[in-house]
Design a protein around this ligand. Structure first.
Ligand code: FUL
Length: 476
């Protein structure tokens, strides 16, 4: 081989290995699921006749005149959501009482029959405009259980419900990022239960709105986390074995929903819904029971910090505005989050890794890079990879945040966090299982200039998007 040929061959080898990236492992998110996961925190808005009756589950027989907010202001909801760091708002456009917050052509139990805005109002329309103005996404909860519709309990109801979905997802309200399917299936006005036609419901949304993420107990877009306290499992896989299960009574046990299934066949990440108040709907009597910032922080660590998306319910009052107690609490919550996560104490660290994939491209420095598509990938066989952060000086912290690069799948089963000990070795300060999109571990405050993260078990060589160290001060 002459010199020129050798150079060409070398150049080709280097080019090939530089462009090499690890292959995905197991199920991976769709583009819509990835964008959804990146939202991290959304606001849930329970609003409707129950706001005025004080019931949690309306009977369906409430007169339409009951719904009459005196100063409904979706721009206020959006402004608050935006200021508090939420990326989207999901509205209960129809709860179990069947009342529709938009003039649903399939129903005679809607805002059109109410006195609000002279029967010309449309809450979905107002919210969609407010969300657009504030750069938020909008989602809808449309309950299949309907205690008002006379057709409920007959096959005809499934058709009506499918058309109801179409009347919202056909583009007239712009983009709708998530459809929330509640699994509840109680009795209708005639005492009958409905056999839901889930495939029909899914098609009705996806045919018109293919980018929508469908929520239910078992997905297919995202899954219920198995409880209403905003608590994902300490181990939380975004993969689930949904075959053979259905929403509601046919759902997997709560523990499986909290943890997912390690070798689950489908990518169905967890969404953790919880209310800022004891109930889902606003009640005067609960104004004193709005969750504290400490409680909200715990919820954040147990949901967003455990690979789930947090859906926090903040219900407007009878005026149609979010009550000052709740909005103030949200601002305090945001202030606390910013105070903690606005200062990554790993900044400026040198990163040493046990290995990296290919030549140069997926190196450890990417762990401290802000861009999402820059990640550290360990060499193919290095399933127990580790990295060390050498900090510029000794720093104090009590939180570590790790993120896997989930477009390549969720891989890590367990890891330990270590600091140097007096004998020149390492001592463990915290242990975790899954990581997924985001994992935050809390531990007693330490001061160190070096920290090591060692993946102790992984389905394939780990691929981590970022690492961060933070300090949360105890509250008095
Ligand atoms: C449940 C419903 O029955 C509650 O009223 C609430 O809407 C909650 C988010 O989902 O299944």
């Amino acid at each position: 081989m002459n010199k020129r040929a050798i150079y060409l061959l070398l150049a080709a080898v280097i080019a090939a290995s530089c462009c090499q990236s690890p292959q995905p492992y197991g199920p991976v998110p769709t583009e819509a699921q990835l964008e959804w996961q990146k939202m991290e925190m959304n606001l849930f808005v329970h609003f409707g006749p129950n706001t005025f009756s004080g019931l949690e589950w309306g009977l369906g027989s409430e007169p339409e005149s009951l719904f009459n907010p005196s100063a409904l202001d979706c721009r206020q909801w959006a402004a608050i959501a935006k200021a508090a760091g939420f990326k989207g708002i999901i509205l209960t456009a129809k709860h179990h009482d069947g009342f529709c917050l938009w003039p649903n052509p399939e129903s005679e139990h809607t805002v059109r029959e109410s006195a609000w805005r002279g029967g010309q109002g449309d809450v979905i329309r107002e919210l969609s405009e407010a969300c657009r103005e504030y750069g938020l996404k909008m989602g809808v909860y449309i309950s299949p259980w309907d205690r008002n519709d006379p057709a409920y309990g007959t096959p005809y109801y499934n058709e009506k419900y499918a058309n109801t979905l179409r009347s919202v997802h056909d583009g007239r309200y712009g983009e709708i990022f998530e459809q929330w399917f509640d699994g509840a299936c109680g009795e209708g006005p005639n005492g009958k239960r409905q056999e839901y036609d889930w495939p029909l419901f899914h098609r009705s949304v996806l045919d018109l709105n293919p980018g929508a993420v469908l929520f239910s107990d078992v997905g297919p877009g995202c899954r219920w986390v198995g409880n209403e306290s905003g608590m994902a499992g300490e181990t939380c896989w975004s993969t689930l074995d949904a075959d053979g299960f259905s929403p509601g009574a046919g759902a997997p046990p709560s523990g499986s929903l909290m943890e997912g299934n390690e070798d689950g066949r489908y990518w169905i990440p967890a969404e953790a819904d919880v209310s800022i108040r004891p109930g889902w709907f606003w009640k005067e009597s609960e104004n004193e029971h709005v969750k504290s910032v400490d409680e909200l922080m715990d919820i954040y660590f147990n949901s967003a910090g455990r690979n789930a998306l947090l859906l926090l319910n903040v219900p407007p009052d009878t005026t149609g505005r979010i009550h000052p107690v709740d909005s103030l609490r949200l601002m305090e919550f945001k202030e606390r989050l910013d105070g903690v996560f606005g200062n990554n104490l790993a900044a400026g660290a040198k990163v040493r890794t046990s290995s990296s994939y290919g030549i140069g491209r997926h190196h450890g420095r990417n762990l401290l890079e802000k861009r999402y598509d820059r990640y550290w990938a360990a060499a193919r066989k290095d399933t127990c990879a580790s990295f060390v952060l050498e900090l510029p000086q000794q720093r104090r912290f009590n939180l570590i945040q790790l993120r896997e690069y989930i477009p390549l799948g969720q891989r890590v089963r367990s890891f330990v966090v270590e600091i140097p000990n007096d004998e020149g070795g390492w001592q463990s300060i915290a242990k975790g299982t899954t990581i997924g999109y985001k994992r935050i571990l809390r531990f007693p405050e330490i001061a160190t200039d070096r920290i090591r993260v060692r993946i102790t078990s992984s389905k394939a060589a780990p691929v981590l998007e970022s690492a961060g160290l933070y300090l949360i001060s105890p509250t008095k």
